[in-house]
Design a protein around this ligand. Sequence first.
Ligand code: PRP
Length: 215
Amino acid sequence: MSMITLALSKGRIFDETVPLLAAAGIVVTEDPEKSRKLILSTNQPHVRVVLVRATDVPTYVQYGGADLGVAGKDSLIEHGGQGLFRPLDLQIAKCRVSVAVRSDFDYRGAVTQGSRLKVATKYTSIARDFFSAKGVHVDMIKLYGSMELAPLTGLADAIVDLVSTGNTLKANHLVEVEQIMDISSHLVVNQAALKLKQAPLKRIIDAFAGAIGEK
Ligand code: PRP
């Protein structure tokens, strides 16, 4: 029997995938928070979990480094989705992508006056599409983390970032001025693996589908 490799990222995606794996009879036997290991074994000798950065899950699955994975819609949009079969919206790790600014910044004025807006974000595709649809000219500054710092230091007027509870924005005196889209995590499967390892992958997809249907 061939090995099935599932790509997950640590944190909410991992934690909220655990109950779905249980529905497929799969139990991860190591705690990702307690070890530095990147390959975790499961109770099933032919199923393993690889831990990758959330933004790398689509890439691992696209090129077959993993047969399947759980990826946020944000990561999938930024990646482009090439080579991925996307059978299920798992309805987990829900949050939103929003625009946020310093509370003293006149965002409405800036977008209506047709001035250029300096936007810092990790999500350049989502931000570009959003502002171009509104007809707002932006100077895009690509960042890889701690986006909240950009408006506070004068690097940018606005950020486009994930918001869940809103606590991170609040702690940094930023206000959410527009919600761009709702985010949840999706199951993605490598298209070649889907043919070559059809039976075991279908078992996992069906178990996940059953588990989210029961919610
Ligand atoms: C996200 C996002 C914000 C935070 C928002 O970061 O970038 O910093 O969560 O959550 P809140 O509204 O509940 O405060 P995440 O924890 O996903 O990790 P990251 O910093 O690696 O992006």
